[in-house]
Design a binder for this molecule. Structure first.
Ligand SMILES: [Zn+2]
Ligand SMILES: [Zn+2]
Length: 280
């Protein structure tokens, strides 16, 4: 019991340190290069900080058992393929981990918009009416768990990440740190555009369109690689920025209310249709 408490305290300390680093980086950037004039301590910031800690603790605990099962089954079904992948140089495995993980994330995210049951949970992320770096962690734990389990399953099944401890090895650290940091960046309230590199890497301009109010949000599902949206026909990146963010459905103002909302919402309010793919 003491060991568990020590481990929990260490995790909370680590999350607090990361939050301080992120704030030290993004708060000045969002003041210097602000896209919209908004306060640092904006509406719902307290709720989003709670999501940061909740999603830093809960899904990690819940992912251990299913990922171990995936590894055991994969080693029984395709031991040859796993051995061949393990023999690849580290740069090839890192590149494969990024592409496989991102493609799986793209589909997990797209399904969150297309399947009404998943949208009920994902709508919490889209309910933010002001976008900044902290909106990256504004996610119902069920939504967070869904996207992570879909993203991590092929990585564990193919042996691209270490099944025993996520902290072991360079590849999981690389994938998680790059992916996590990019998530904060694409939500940031900064007016930066990356010119020709916007073909290669997601930007705030790319992801802010994903948060535009109404059904226009059914585009730009990728988290790092926008060319996945080009391949799958959902890319939308005009030279302008969205006028308004958020969802039309009402959202509970408190963390408690938001955590319960997907279980309460009436069937009619959560139907979401995917329009024809928007044109870039
Ligand atoms: Zn979304
Ligand atoms: Zn987002």
């Amino acid at each position: 019991m003491t060991a568990e408490l020590t481990s929990l305290a260490a995790t909370l300390l680590r999350l607090t340190a990361w939050l301080a680093i992120l704030a030290a980086l993004f708060v000045p950037l969002e003041r210097l290069f602000a896209l919209h004039r908004q306060k640092v301590l904006r509406k719902q910031i307290g709720v989003d900080v709670c999501y940061y800690f909740l999603n830093g603790l809960l899904p990690g605990l819940m992912l251990g058992a299913p990922m171990t099962a995936v590894v055991i089954v994969a080693h029984k079904v395709m031991p040859g393929a796993i051995a061949a992948i393990a023999a690849l140089p580290i740069w090839a495995r890192a590149a494969a981990a990024m592409i496989v993980g991102e493609t799986a994330y793209y589909w997990a995210h797209r399904l969150s918009h297309q399947i009404p049951l998943l949208w009920r949970f994902h709508a919490i992320h889209h309910s933010a009416e002001a976008i900044d770096y902290m909106v990256s962690v504004r996610a119902h734990p069920v939504d967070f768990f869904w996207s992570r389990i879909v993203m991590l399953t092929p990585l564990f099944a193919l042996g691209l990440v270490n099944p025993v401890r996520m902290s072991d090895g360079l590849i999981p650290a690389f994938v998680l740190i790059v992916g996590g940091f990019w998530g904060f960046f694409v939500h940031a309230n900064v007016r930066w555009r990356l010119g020709p590199f916007e073909w290669l890497l997601a930007t705030p301009g790319f992801h802010h369109w994903h948060h535009s109010q109404g059904l226009q949000r059914n585009c730009n599902y990728a988290s790092i690689f926008p060319w996945l949206d080009r391949i799958f026909g959902t890319h939308h990146l005009p030279g302008t920025w969205p006028a308004e963010y958020g969802v039309l459905e009402p959202t509970a103002p408190t963390l408690y209310g938001q955590l319960l909302q997907p279980f309460r919402e009436p069937e009619a309010a959560r139907t979401v249709a995917e329009p024809a793919a928007p044109k870039a």
